[in-house]
Ligand binder design. Structure first.
Ligand code: AMP
Ligand code: MG
Length: 364
């Protein structure tokens, strides 16, 4: 997948390398760094030349805005225009969820570069928790723009090897911080509109945010809500005795690269909402991905499990890595994957699976 002319060095996190990377970024260079969510392609958020390189390396359209990463709440207030109730709400969320995997879409300060926001009046900001990323923030003294370090439209990388395989030859440095502990991109909450909107589900769930803001209404994007309802209706039909069949299996329409494919796998991905249904779907050259191995006595050669014990955090952490392995192995004609119900962390996993299966339009 990778092509380019630059020699890409994978750096271990020594003091010397952290200094080298901070200097490199401060001088306008681009590097891939681990965050607690996925690996990010990092540049000084105030340097438009460096930001242009990020879009170029990823092949990302300029119409797709970036998330800016800052060290703490104080720095966040330097970039966002916050007053009154909005300021209080943001500070409440920062106190509860930051540093961590929650991005805030907020009214921007007038001087914020247009490249970051794709010309919008709002800016996405996050305070990351990964110690190595925080070290680079501290040493470089820059706010850091960091989209996921993958070619636009493919799975987000959760290891340095993923970055090397997909972007090697296009950037100078990858900092190897091991596997990302969360493995899914951040939750994105748009507080610039009222009611606020959950633009992308993540490890910090809608339910958790709602519990901290009990008086605020939080909307889900329409399409996501419609799909979740469709899935609930299907589950109800099954409970009422309906025999599951082909028509209930959600397949990925269209060719790879089509408008509905975000994490465009080369291998077609089909989602299943009931374990029993997936258990019946046994085919040669088809990989079956189950959420959990619990209670499975008979296991087949092409069966894979996101978690042995049914641990949600582990399912999320392993999702992209396993899909990546299955897709790049070229050993399977199709991937069948069990999809969790859309609540809590399940909403984030289901969202990524729907995108990979082409059931959701491109979005955050
Ligand atoms: P990524 O950097 O790939 O994790 O994705 C960042 C996503 O955040 C983008 O795809 C956008 O859709 C979303 N985003 C960033 N900035 C804004 C903004 N100002 N308003 C709305 N969404 C945003
Ligand atoms: Mg991305």
């Amino acid at each position: 997948m990778a092509s380019g002319t630059i020699e890409t060095a994978i750096l271990s996190p020594t003091q010397e390398n952290l200094d080298r990377l901070s200097d490199w970024i401060r001088q306008g260079g681009v590097a891939a760094l681990p965050t607690e969510t996925v690996y990010g392609l990092v540049a000084d958020a105030s340097n438009t030349g460096a930001l242009r390189q990020v879009f170029e390396i990823k092949g990302r359209p300029l119409s797709n805005p970036l998330i800016v990463h800052v060290e703490n709440g104080e720095k966040l207030l330097e970039w966002a225009e916050l007053t009154g109730d909005l300021r209080r709400t943001v500070l409440t969320l920062v106190e509860k969820f930051s540093p961590g995997p929650l991005s805030y879409v907020l009214p921007k300060k007038f001087w914020v570069p247009e490249l970051l926001t794709a010309g919008r009046p709002t800016l996405a900001l996050r305070i990351p928790a990964h110690p190595l990323f925080r070290e680079i923030l501290r040493r470089s003294k820059c706010a850091l723009a960091a989209p996921s370090a993958n070619p636009f439209g493919y799975l987000s990388p959760t290891s340095a090897r993923h970055v090397q395989e997909s972007l090697g030859g296009k950037l100078r440095y990858v900092l190897d911080g091991g596997e990302c502990p969360i493995g899914l991109e951040s939750t994105i909450l748009d507080l610039s509109r009222s009611p606020m909107r959950l633009l992308r589900p993540g490890k910090i769930s809608l339910e958790e945010i709602q519990s901290v803001l009990p008086d605020k209404e939080i909307l889900l994007p329409e399409e996501e809500r419609a799909l979740a309802n469709e899935e609930i209706a299907l589950a109800e039909k099954e409970r009422a005795g309906h025999i599951p069949g082909e028509a209930d299996e959600f397949a990925s329409p269209g060719a790879p690269g089509g408008p509905r494919r975000h994490y465009s796998l080369r291998t077609p991905l089909h989602l299943f909402f009931k374990t029993e249904e997936l258990l019946l779907a046994k085919e040669e050259k088809v990989a079956r991905v189950f959420l959990s191995r619990k209670d499975r006595e008979e296991v087949f050669r092409n069966d894979f499990f996101l978690s042995e014990e049914g641990d949600g955090a582990q399912m999320a952490q392993r999702l992209f890595g396993l899909l990546w392995e299955l897709d790049t192995s070229r050993s399977y004609e199709k991937i069948y994957c069990q999809c969790p119900p859309s609540h809590g962390l399940g909403a984030a996993i289901a969202n990524r699976l729907r995108r990979a299966a082409g059931r959701l339009k491109h979005g955050p």
